[in-house]
Design a binder for this molecule. Structure first.
Ligand code: BTN
Length: 246
């Protein structure tokens, strides 16, 4: 099944943020196509929770833009699926990565990639703006500018990587995962996510956008939520948020 009529690639040498560009230009893009916007460098790269995404030359900065009917049930899983697609590509290239729920990617407990998933109303449809940043060719000195433990593919493998080849593999893998998500929902990914889950069995704190919840990181639900064991002995399922290892 061809989900999209076509895939259009748009590249900028330098831009504020590929997600910003997609949102600003969404109404001009073909709603039947997947548009992949990339930049060599971003001056105002954005992360989740209004954080900055440091974006010098050498890394992959990409936004996948497409539209969906407004009523789809799997909207909140799209970022997870892109992160999963990225982990599959990393695995093909011999990197063992983990998912820090919901969609951060860690290698050796350090962040190598993150996904910023945004939406906007577009007539009777929803515009999906899925941004991913992967630290690819970033040296140890530049990685120190990131406000959390971070790593890059070049640092880990001691060689530099072809960004175009990585992007093509990522888009290909995302399309395969997206097709499964559309047909069957998140459930087919649950077991792999569970295997890849970072901090399993560890005490974590999670900010769910309004309050902090503490507990033991336990499992991924078939909807993609995070089940944690609370001090009371009850389980709680988080549907959104940002976890921290406490
Ligand atoms: C995060 O881990 O907080 C998400 C980071 C997402 C960064 C990417 S880089 C391409 C796209 N453009 C942006 O401004 N942000 C995303």
């Amino acid at each position: 099944m061809n989900i999209f009529k076509d895939i259009n690639f748009i590249h900028f040498d330098i831009i504020d943020s590929t997600n910003n560009w997609a949102k600003a230009n969404a109404s001009k893009l073909d709603i039947k196509c997947l548009t992949c916007i990339t930049a060599s460098e971003q001056t105002e790269g954005r992360g989740r929770f209004s954080r900055r995404w440091i974006s010098p030359k050498g890394n992959l900065y990409a936004t996948l833009f497409f539209t969906l009917p407004a009523e789809v049930s799997y909207l909140k899983n799209l970022g997870q699926i892109l992160a999963y697609a990225c982990i599959c590509v990393l695995k093909e290239n011999s990197f063992g990565a983990q998912i820090k729920w919901p969609n951060d990617i860690l290698i050796e407990k350090k962040k190598v990639s993150g996904v910023l998933s945004e939406t906007l109303p577009l007539n009777d449809r929803i515009g999906v703006v899925l941004g991913i940043g992967i630290n690819v060719n970033m040296d140890g000195e530049s990685l120190k500018n990131i406000d959390q433990p971070a790593t890059s593919l070049s640092l880990l493998s001691k060689k530099s990587w072809d960004l175009d080849a990585l992007l093509k593999s990522l888009v290909h893998q995302f399309l395969q995962c997206f097709e499964i998500l559309q047909e069957k929902g998140f459930a087919p990914f649950q077991s792999d996510f569970q295997q890849l889950l970072a901090y399993k069995g560890k005490e974590i704190s999670c900010y769910d956008g309004s309050k902090m919840v503490k507990g033991i990181c336990h499992a991924i639900t078939k909807e993609g939520g995070l089940e944690i064991l609370l001090p009371s002995g009850k389980f709680a399922t988080l549907l959104a948020g940002e976890i921290e290892f406490s």
